[in-house]
Design a protein around this ligand. Structure first.
Ligand SMILES: [Zn+2]
Length: 410
């Protein structure tokens, strides 16, 4: 078999394209292939697919292909340009590469796989022998393509969360589909407009189909949802993990204040070293500490009271009927508000202010738990990328790894 035929076969090149020449550079460890087309080939405009007369040829372009054994391999071609009555002079599409890419489709696929599988982007770059910028170019194109291909499938439950791409940096708004655990939307801020942008790109049918959105009590997100969805105020479910985090924080504040007061008044405090015991759920207290913890609970401490109120609040998410959960809340609220523990009362008041959204869990039992799982994935993306030079890179990486997108060129 001739070497030109060999490469045509493994490249899957078809008429009108063929390989005219192969050059092997053993000292440079590279193979160069020149691709040409038949003189009488017919072309179509890349924009409208209409047959068009040939205009001229662009300058020779070079694409890197998969290596031939250990040799880097490059395709060269002068791409014809057509003169379309509607779209003007355009380069025709070539079957081996996506527009604007300097890699062939197969190499681009390989780079996508490497970035997905390697623990760092730098590692993927080293294996594929491409630069960081080239790898980012591949990711960028893959995400653009994936987002364009995404269908307007109805989504029932979304979760909204915020994430800083670097400590002390601005927050990003991340919206995920709770049923498929994929990121649907990323915005580079956490204003009402950030979330509105997500709702705005949904079709009217999708907005209608959306049943509920899990979120924390961030006013901007509430406003965006009330304004951006039909009957938006009936679709908010305040996330139980955020609520329990607030409550746990209140318990911790009570402990700190009490601990300090005891030290001041008595010079000693039974609360020394007990911080985490109060933060666990009851069943999670480590076995070797349960006795000490039980002893602390008999001492009528303020933190013991706060802790019991926190533990009872967890029952709120076990109810399945609206009337029952409302009765439960009103009992719990009465206890919390009479506790004489200011941090606990603050949380109780916050819950009452947002009560409908808190209790809507009965109707739509959704949480941002999925989003929290994605958050840890996003943390690993940060490690993987070894820092992002800008917020856009962060957005691209989230879509690339968590968007559930069809990334491959074809
Ligand atoms: Zn055209």
């Amino acid at each position: 078999m001739q070497d030109t035929k060999l490469f045509e076969t493994i490249l899957g090149l078809q008429a009108p394209w063929h390989i005219a020449r192969v050059a092997l550079d053993t000292s440079g460890e590279r193979v160069d292939l020149w691709v040409e087309h038949a003189a009488d080939a017919a072309w179509v405009c890349p924009a409208c697919q209409q047959p068009c007369p040939g205009h001229d040829h662009a300058e020779e372009r070079v694409w890197r292909h998969l290596d031939t054994c250990q040799y880097q391999t490059f395709l060269h071609a002068r791409v014809p340009r057509v003169d379309c009555p509607t779209h003007g002079v355009r380069q025709v599409g070539v079957p081996w590469a996506a527009p604007r890419s300097r890699f062939t489709l197969l190499l681009e696929r390989l780079i996508i796989d490497l970035i997905t599988q390697c623990s760092t982007v730098t590692g993927a770059c080293r294996i594929a022998r491409v630069t960081w910028d080239e790898a980012w170019g591949v990711m960028d194109r893959a995400v653009t393509r994936g987002l364009q291909r995404r269908t307007a499938a109805p989504r029932r439950y979304l979760g909204v969360d915020e994430k800083a791409f670097r400590k002390g940096q601005r927050y990003h708004t991340i919206v995920c589909d709770l049923e498929t655990a994929t990121v649907q939307y990323v915005a580079a801020d956490r204003t009402a407009a950030s979330l509105q942008g997500c709702y705005a790109q949904l079709t009217a049918e999708q907005r209608e189909a959306l049943q509920a959105v899990a979120m924390d009590m961030w006013p901007a997100y509430i406003r965006a949802t009330v304004d951006g969805l039909p009957e938006g105020d009936t679709k908010i479910v305040f996330d139980r993990f955020h609520i329990m985090r607030e409550m746990t924080r209140a318990v911790d504040t009570v402990r700190k204040q009490e601990h300090r007061a005891l030290l001041r008044e008595q010079g000693t405090s039974p609360l020394t070293g007990s911080k985490y015991l109060w933060l666990y759920g009851e069943e999670r207290v480590p076995a070797d500490r349960t006795e000490a913890f039980a002893a602390l609970q008999t001492q009528h401490l303020k933190v013991g009271r706060a802790w019991a109120i926190k533990e009872l609040l967890r029952d709120l998410w076990t109810y399945r009927q609206d009337a029952a959960v409302r009765r439960f809340f009103s009992r719990w609220y009465g206890w919390a508000i009479r506790s004489r523990l200011e941090p606990v009362k603050q949380v109780a008041r916050m819950l009452r202010r947002h009560l409908d959204g808190v209790l809507r869990y009965v109707k739509h039992p959704i949480t941002n738990g999925v989003a929290e799982g994605l958050n840890s994935k996003i943390m690993s993306i940060k490690r993987k990328a070894g820092g992002f030079r800008n917020a856009e890179h962060f957005t691209t990486a989230i879509y690339f790894h968590c968007g559930g997108l069809d990334l491959y060129p074809r």
